[in-house]
Design a protein around this ligand. Structure first.
Ligand code: KG4
Ligand code: ZN
Length: 370
């Protein structure tokens, strides 16, 4: 039996996150073995609040915020894990995709730490990493599971994987945990980004996804006068996404409801029931597009045995409900606490042995430096 400990850093957007995760494998050749048990020793996610006044992430502000927080959070993680830095076996860090200034803070910190400790540095692709919690764990509740050994619960392959968040909307095929082939991605906005922008139009705070979901839940489902259309997939592009048209439809509707004002839209002044109905109609169309592309892929690849969903939008309960209702196939969502950006997913990805996941991103190299 062998135990590996990974210290992981995530700073690709507006979460500064540090985790320390241990994996247990059955024999000495742990680099070739899938872990049998996992133990999250530290899980620290600090969401930046400086963006709230801007209604969205400002890259320069995000980078400076990471710079201030990363060292104290790393110390806090070691204290939470009750280990010394030189007890870790490797340092893992998100290399991309993400905001370049924000990524550089994490990457430089991790590189410095790995050098100081003389341990390997693993560069992790953020999109691949989002999927790892769903590939390994059925659930993870930080409050009760921190420090506890958790049985790995592998999924059946081949799997269809959807990474859907504020920065990405990627549909991929997974032959194994290590082999990802991209089927399609968004041509413009990511799904979560559309949630954020529509939420902002309706006067909701950032990040808008969870607020919009709460607002939509109050709408009258039976008699919603609003209906938006998502771009339909065509035979040349059965797995790609597009959200900018949907966003424009919502913008036009809000303008119309406000009596076609020019300049800045004040959607928060609309009556509550109008806002609720617009939110519900948008959410319906946005999730409808995800369901449509998932169903296309399930038809195109009939040997798929599991659907895996990860990323911030995977926390949406209406999406979870519709997937459960409309697919016959086994599916696995990333644990709720690991849907949004966090370093535990980076550590978990590092612990999937010899990860060579194909990736559309140039920073997909698994290891760099020594
Ligand atoms: O994975 P994540 O933390 O960051 C990126 O890698 O982008 O995802 C954040 C995104 C935001 O756009 C947020 O509004 C969205 O996920 N999100 C949701 C929900 N919770 C978070 N969107 C819809 N419904 C939710 N419940
Ligand atoms: Zn993400």
């Amino acid at each position: 039996m062998s135990i590996q400990t990974v210290f992981a850093v995530e700073s690709s957007c507006d979460e500064t996150s540090i985790s320390i995760v241990q994996s247990e494998t059955l024999d000495q050749h742990s680099s070739e073995q899938f872990p049998t048990r996992l133990r999250v020793l530290a899980h620290i996610v600090e969401s930046q609040t400086s963006h709230l006044v801007f209604g969205g992430v400002v890259p320069e502000v995000a980078a400076r915020d990471h710079l201030l927080k990363i060292t104290p959070l790393a110390r806090e993680a070691l204290a939470q894990a009750q280990i010394r830095a030189n007890e870790v076996d490797a340092v893992a860090v998100t290399l991309g995709p993400g905001l370049i200034g924000a990524l550089m803070v994490g990457a430089m910190f991790a590189q410095g730490l790995a050098k100081a400790l003389n341990k390997p540095l693993l560069g992790i692709n953020h999109v691949d990493a989002h999927l790892s919690p769903a590939l390994l764990l059925e659930s993870f509740y930080p409050r009760t599971d921190l420090g506890e050994w958790l049985e790995v619960s592998p999924i059946k392959f081949p799997a269809l994987a959807l990474t859907v968040s504020g920065g990405h909307c990627h549909l991929s095929l997974l032959k194994s945990p290590r082999e990802r082939t991209l089927l399609g991605h968004t041509a413009d906005d990511a799904c979560g980004e559309a949630f954020d922008k529509v939420a902002k139009l309706l006067g909701l705070p950032y990040p808008g996804g969870p607020h919009l979901e709460t607002l939509a839940a109050k709408a009258n489902k039976e008699s919603n006068p609003f209906k938006f259309r998502s771009v339909l997939a065509d035979k040349n592009n059965r797995h790609g996404f597009s959200y900018s048209g949907l966003k424009t439809q919502v913008l036009d509707t809000v303008r119309k409801q406000l009596g076609y004002p020019t300049g800045r839209i004040q959607g928060h002044s609309l009556p509550d029931d109008v806002k609720q109905n617009i939110a519900a109609a948008f959410q319906d169309a946005a999730i409808g597009q995800l369901m449509d592309r998932l169903n296309n892929a399930l038809r195109d690849f009939p040997d798929i045995r599991t659907v895996v969903v990860a990323g911030g939008v995977a926390a949406n309960s209406e999406f979870r409900r519709r997937l459960a209702e409309q697919t016959q196939i086994q599916f696995r969502f990333a644990p709720m606490s690991l849907c949004s950006d966090n370093a535990t997913m980076i550590a978990l990805h590092a612990l999937i042995p010899h990860s060579t996941l194909a990736s559309p991103h140039p920073f997909s190299r698994y290891t760099y430096g020594e």
